[in-house]
Design a protein around this ligand. Structure first.
Ligand SMILES: N[C@@H](CCC(=O)N[C@@H](CS)C(=O)NCC(=O)O)C(=O)O
Length: 205
């Protein structure tokens, strides 16, 4: 049985849970991650030396890094990634972009406005974080305005999972935001998927 180690309040854990539900796979989920269960303990660090969630475990196999887990699941089941080389590369491009570009600028704003973490209360830094995040959302808006349906074309892929959860975070953050019509339409399309309805919810942070 596949096991997902990680609390459902984590966006990275919800990526994996959403993918597993899309694939119709059975799994168990075990709460790890603060404040529920500290992952920086030897038992967990043996599975992921970063002490972070999620980790996917099956028998003696353990895999960390949420986007690597999504690729593994899609390849294992031969769906959620296109077969055609260029289309597959474009899906992987957006998957990587979510982790390395979109995920970075929102950090301060999310800590301040969603997690309300102590020490994250500088209005100038919040504005800077929102501005940089918005600039990345413009890139997403331009791609989605092409009207292909999903981010990498007409097929739903694992890239739509990571972007759907990221957009959900944008929609949820209580701040003044630019309106992105194509992103909103895409968000509604994604929300209509049963697996998305389960995980694209207000389980922030
Ligand atoms: N690049 C990693 C990031 C993982 C990550 O940042 N996980 C956070 C939760 S979103 C975490 O484990 N935080 C520590 C904790 O929850 O105790 C991935 O995509 O899996």
């Amino acid at each position: 049985m596949l096991k997902v180690l990680g609390r459902v309040t984590s966006i990275n854990v919800r990526k994996v849970l959403w993918a597993l539900d899309e694939l119709g796979l059975e799994y168990e989920q075990e709460d790890w991650g603060l404040p529920l269960r500290d992952p920086k303990v030897p038992e967990f660090l043996a599975l992921n030396p970063n002490g972070q969630v999620p980790v996917l475990v099956e028998n003696n196999f353990a895999l960390w890094e949420s986007n690597a887990i999504l690729i593994y699941l899609a390849e294992r089941e031969s769906i959620l990634l296109p077969d055609q080389l260029e289309e597959r590369a474009v899906a992987l491009q957006w998957l990587g972009w979510q982790a390395s570009e979109l995920n970075v600028p929102w950090g301060y704003a999310v800590m301040a406005l969603i997690r309300k973490a102590p020490g994250f209360d500088d209005p100038a830094k919040i504005t800077e974080s929102m501005g940089k995040w918005s600039a990345k959302m413009e890139i997403l808006e331009a791609q989605l305005a092409r009207g292909e349906g999903f981010i990498a074309g007409s097929e739903f892929t694992i890239a739509d999972i990571v972007l759907g959860l990221s957009i959900h975070r944008w929609m949820e953050i209580p701040a003044e935001k630019q309106e992105f019509p194509a992103i909103r339409r895409y968000y509604e399309v994604l929300k209509a998927r049963p697996a998305a309805a389960r995980w694209m919810t207000a389980q922030t942070p």
